[in-house]
Design a binder for this molecule. Structure first.
Ligand code: MG
Length: 164
């Protein structure tokens, strides 16, 4: 990162209820679990947090503006497809991903066995090296709706760098 290089930080978070009969998806990676995310789209809470992080960094709006939940066009939408579309806008603004770090909070499933697959999926979608992307799992320590396994919460922070 050279002197005078423009960088922008972005933050995103999301929360989805978990329900039986739904797939548990993180950045498009389907993880075996008794319950999955409820949502108007496919409910991919990690994809949604990441979208809000990079849109915020580029000051290009938020996921609810781009893909309103009232719009039937986005019913059961593939969130990684939404992510790729949103990322196209950011790229068109001359930005590239310098770093992305994420947290997934849920009582189960465990995230670690899927970490590398998820990093790969996000890096591929964001035209970045896998070293640029990280993700970690936390539990709710048995407390509240997260700890009771009723929901999954996600957080993402990203750094964008202006392509000279
Ligand atoms: Mg969401």
């Amino acid at each position: 990162m050279g002197a005078g290089t423009a960088v922008r930080i972005g933050l995103g978070r999301d929360l989805h209820r978990l329900a039986e009969g739904r797939p548990f998806l993180l950045a498009g990676v389907k993880i075996p679990a008794p319950r999955g995310e409820l949502g108007h789209s496919d409910g991919d809470a990690l994809a949604h947090a990441v979208i809000d992080a990079f849109l915020g960094a580029a000051a290009l709006g938020d996921i609810g503006e781009l893909y309103p939940p009232q719009d039937p066009a986005w019913r059961d939408a593939d969130s990684m497809e939404l992510l790729r579309r949103a990322w196209e806008r950011v790229k068109a603004g001359g930005w590239k991903l310098a770093g992305l770090d994420c947290v997934v909070i849920c009582e189960s499933p465990k995230i670690l066995p899927y970490r590398e697959t998820i990093r790969e999926a996000l890096a591929l979608a964001l035209n970045a090296d896998r070293e640029t992307v990280f993700i970690k799992g936390k539990t709710g320590e048995g407390l509240g709706p997260l700890g009771r396994g009723l929901a999954v919460e996600t957080e993402a922070v990203c750094l964008l760098e202006k392509i000279p």
